[in-house]
Ligand binder design. Structure first.
Ligand SMILES: Cc1ncc(COP(=O)(O)O)c(C=O)c1O
Length: 380
């Protein structure tokens, strides 16, 4: 266990069940990227999300990479994604040789702006670019509006790869996040709602797509003894040991989501009467997994900025951060085409994420809330 009095944004929440399954995996001898926990973890996630196939991989980034490759994305293509995402989404597009194109977001959800997506796809087609995929992102565990986005992409003849990295346990229109698009991607990184320390998964109802992802993730090795390979593959498979941790986490997922929701409610109550501050992504419903709780601070009305709060919490040894810096502002993607309304930039300048992890105990939450209360004295 990390022994420090620093309070983190979203540390892993692992305990006795993870230890038990991990120990069992070690003792079984299946200490490799193959074994019974891997198969059981894939089946359990597929069942939970309601998809036919799941392929466990070494990271969400690897899952994005292979998902894009199997959808036929390659050099010369463009892939449209949200500008408000973690860099992994855009990096994976670049790995394939395609260029990302960034589209702005809806002010409430922070997810792809459907109208602007339509405009972008029309403009790119007019310019003779082949758009090989659209990658909506389920920001902070709020699923994108696939009911609107999927028909737009399909009307333009473009497949959807859903970046549900942050959204395990969330849903949209009665369907689980991770079940949308031609395929979807989950991340089990250490900061996610459930973790395998590092890991990811590709989900799809398309058996051929899943088979090809599995093949590419194991060096495209054919099932013969003498190591034969029919294309350039990758070493992207998840270890059986980590799948054991994942299976335990999945069994605890609903409890962990309930804790994150309770934490969000505490922040919601604390800021209810504070002018110029709102909880990002609007009202909660059962669709949201409440992975990270973020505030939007209007400095003109509040009299303080999101940065002021981050600095104060930092002095109290409490981690908080601005929301993702939009991809079109990143030096690495300088000059990349984007379709913008300015919304992502506003969210970036006003947004601040607060400690939200399910491992946060009541004492730690009290410390965070007292630090916020101290900050607000004389300001609110
Ligand atoms: C939106 C988004 N996409 C992709 C990833 C990449 O996942 P991983 O860190 O497992 O590679 C992450 C998280 O890190 C993410 O937040």
């Amino acid at each position: 266990m990390v022994q420090t009095d620093r309070i983190y944004l979203s540390p892993p929440d692992v305990g006795a069940l993870e230890e038990q399954y991990m120990l069992d995996a070690v003792r079984s001898g299946w200490v490799a990227p193959t074994g019974p926990y891997l198969t059981a973890f894939e089946s359990a996630v597929a069942q939970r999300v309601g998809v036919d196939h799941a392929v466990a991989l070494s990271s969400g980034t690897a899952a994005l990479h292979l998902g894009l490759l199997t959808l036929g994305v390659g050099p010369g293509d463009v892939v449209v994604t949200s500008t408000l995402t973690f860099v992994a989404t855009a990096n994976a597009i670049t790995y394939t040789g395609a260029e990302p194109v960034f589209v702005d977001v809806d002010p409430v959800s922070g997810n792809l702006d459907a109208e602007l997506l339509d405009e972008a796809l029309t403009a790119l087609a007019r310019d003779g670019r082949r758009v090989a995929a659209v990658v909506p992102v389920d920001l902070l565990g709020r699923a994108a509006d696939y009911t609107t986005l999927e028909p737009i992409a399909l009307r333009h003849g473009v497949p959807v790869l859903a970046d549900a990295a942050e959204a395990m346990g969330a849903s949209h229109a009665g369907r689980a996040a991770g079940s949308f698009g031609a395929a979807a991607v989950l991340s089990f990184n250490g900061n996610k709602i459930m973790t395998t320390s590092g890991g990811g998964m590709l989900l799809s109802d398309d058996g051929e797509l899943a088979r090809r992802v599995r093949h590419l993730s194991t060096q495209a090795r054919l099932p013969v003894l003498h190591y034969e390979h029919d294309e350039v593959g990758y070493n992207y498979r998840l270890s059986n040991l980590l799948a054991a941790v994942g299976l335990a986490q999945l069994e605890r997922l609903d409890t962990m989501i309930a804790r994150r929701r309770a934490i969000r409610q505490r922040y919601r109550d604390q800021f209810a009467a504070v002018g110029g501050v709102q909880i990002f992504q609007g009202v909660d419903d059962d669709d949201d997994n409440s992975w990270l709780t973020a505030l939007l601070v209007d400095p003109a009305e509040a009299g303080w900025s999101s940065g002021d709060l981050v600095d104060h919490l930092q002095q109290c040894n409490i981690e908080s951060r601005p929301l993702w810096k939009p991809m079109h502002l990143q030096p690495v993607f300088d000059g990349t085409r984007s379709f913008r309304t300015g919304t992502a930039e506003v969210i970036f300048s006003r947004g601040v994420t607060l400690p939200s992890g399910s491992a946060l105990d009541d004492g730690q939450l009290y410390r965070v809330q007292m630090a916020i209360a101290d900050f607000l004295v004389g300001r609110a």
